[in-house]
Write a protein that binds this ligand. Structure first.
Ligand code: BES
Ligand code: ZN
Ligand code: ZN
Length: 512
């Protein structure tokens, strides 16, 4: 990973292997382009036309500079329409070009001078560069091609500045972006790792090692300990697998003045559906069903590194959902942590069963609020597609704060209603609640199930079934895990800490 720095050198004078300069849609020059064009003796915007490039976000052309400026190569990077060029556009542009840019050892950039707020832009720049350079190749004996052998030569990324704001502010913004992106990339590694290797125990071991590095407390609950304490949901879902379930508990003490923030995430290391077995094509990507857990772990890692002034607790349930002679059956009743029971009518609606235990456990600790992240329902993906995740909850303030954090991080959320009338759809004749509704409104009935276990703690749930994993890949994300919603949770926690410092903890509000 590169080190990030700032320099007051001018674009034509900065010594680098690659200089990145911005332009806007319609081939409008951004900061630095006129000066460098003059030094090169070239009309750069006209040259773009020859290369059939208009300036959409992440369009890019790289030129050799033949010694006419100090940088050896020049990359012109499109940022879309000038009036829409914001830090989000910069992050998206970097997601597209980072692979190419990171083949150069020393990169200098003036891109952030074209997208508004400098610090926010440099946060996005560092994030986009680190996220965009990510590759998952640890299972490849041979690199895909020779070019990938030269990959990540990137050692140093330098942001060109005119001196304002000060270098310390700018460097801190990049460092923060780097921490966010490294955490998200770790979540991507965990999700991309096949379920053959990424078992509940593996996640627990990774969490323990992370906690030691990030200065967090970590307790891993074994199967025997879960049995003793009555975590029937986690145990039930895990009962069909030879890989035993775990509960991963992490604590960060930031010296906040109020109650802790509680977070959790669904950690199904593989979701076969259990006895309610999935169709093969739906099972293909189900190693991603611990995306919520991975994002929660990644958020805790970043929180440990960023040290916000707030306390954060996480309880992450992890199990493998497999069919076998010891698996739970449709019709079985599970007793969750705290005593509530659920009737399991479909063993493929397993995420809510493990989360129920974790939510009840966290609620017992009387936190200020609870946020959970889960690849919970195909219904959320049908409703919102793969770019936007669903947020549903009992507290409008928490929902709004999450939406804002998500938007800043380019992981957009859309609110679905916690439609309490649908509670009747999960009424059970034998237990307190049943684990499936009818065919319709599946993301909402799943959230209503979770709601049963949070008591009166302000709570919001992120259904990231569509966004945690890109099954086809797109211009911004290669096929595989995206790390979502790790960066949203980190940003949310940082915002809460800042507010806590100012006004005494998260505000209260009612859900619409
Ligand atoms: N892990 C799935 C949800 C999912 C689907 C995640 C597609 C990512 C991509 C979840 O456990 C599940 O199977 N949900 C069922 C619930 C149904 C049985 C009520 C679903 O959404 O079909
Ligand atoms: Zn399932
Ligand atoms: Zn699942």
């Amino acid at each position: 990973m590169p080190t990030f720095d700032v320099s007051t050198a001018s674009p034509a004078e900065v010594s680098a292997d690659l200089l990145m300069l911005p332009f806007y849609q319609g081939r409008k020059a951004g900061p630095g382009v006129a000066e460098v064009g003059k030094a090169l003796g070239a009309d750069l915007m006209a040259t773009l036309q020859d290369h059939q490039v208009t300036g959409r976000v992440g369009d890019a052309v790289t030129f050799p500079t033949f010694g006419k400026i100090a940088a050896r190569s020049l990359m012109l990077v499109g940022l879309g329409p000038k009036d829409e060029a914001d830090p989000g556009a910069l992050r998206r542009a970097l997601l597209r070009v980072a692979g190419r840019a990171s083949k150069f050892a020393r990169v200098a950039s003036a891109l952030h001078q074209a997208t508004g707020d400098r610090a926010e832009s440099l946060h996005a720049f560092a994030e986009g560069l680190v996220l965009g350079a990510y590759r998952f190749d640890r299972y490849k004996q041979r690199p895909i091609d020779d070019a990938s052998k030269e990959r990540t030569a990137l050692k140093k990324a330098v942001a060109l500045t005119d001196g304002s704001p000060d270098a310390r502010t700018l460097k801190a913004a990049m460092r923060r972006g780097e921490i966010y992106a490294n955490a998200a990339n770790w979540a991507r590694d965990l999700v991309n790792t096949p379920a053959l290797d990424a078992t509940p125990e593996f996640l627990a071991t990774e969490a323990t090692a992370m906690a030691a590095k990030a200065g967090l407390q970590c307790k891993v609950w074994t199967k025997a300990q879960l049995q003793k304490a009555g975590f029937g949901g986690i145990l039930g879902v895990g009962s069909g697998s030879v890989n035993e379930p775990r509960l991963i508990e992490l604590t960060y003490r930031g010296g906040g003045s109020g109650r802790p923030i509680a977070i959790t995430g669904k950690g199904i290391t593989f979701d076969s559906g259990g006895l309610s077995l999935k169709q093969p094509e739906w099972m293909e990507t189900m190693k991603d069903d611990m995306g919520g857990a991975a994002a929660t772990l990644a958020a805790m890692r970043a929180i440990g590194e960023l040290k916000p002034k707030v306390d954060v607790i996480a309880a992450i349930p992890t199990a493998e959902n497999m069919p076998s002679g010891s698996a739970i059956r449709p019709g079985d009743v599970l007793r969750h942590y705290g005593g509530k029971t659920s009737e399991v009518l479909n063993t493929d609606a397993e995420g809510r069963l493990v989360l129920a235990d974790a939510l009840a456990y966290l609620a017992e600790k009387k936190p200020a609020l609870i946020v959970d992240a889960a690849t919970l329902t195909g219904a959320a993906m049908i409703a919102l597609g793969q770019d936007v995740a669903a947020v549903i909850g009992s507290d409008q303030q928490v929902i709004d704060d999450l939406r804002e954090a998500a938007l800043s991080e380019g992981e957009p959320l859309w609110q679905l209603p916690l439609w309490t009338e649908y509670r009747r759809l999960i009424e059970s004749t034998v237990a307190d609640v049943k684990n499936v509704g009818n065919r319709y409104g599946g993301a909402i009935t799943a959230a209503l199930f979770l709601k049963e276990f949070v008591g009166d703690v302000p709570w919001a749930h992120l259904d990231v079934a569509g966004t945690a994993f890109s099954d086809r890949g797109n211009p911004y994300w290669p096929r595989g895990a995206t790390g979502a919603p790790a960066r949203t949770i980190i940003r949310f926690v940082e915002t809460m800490a800042e507010r806590d410092g100012r006004a005494g903890g998260p505000r209260k509000g009612r859900a619409r």
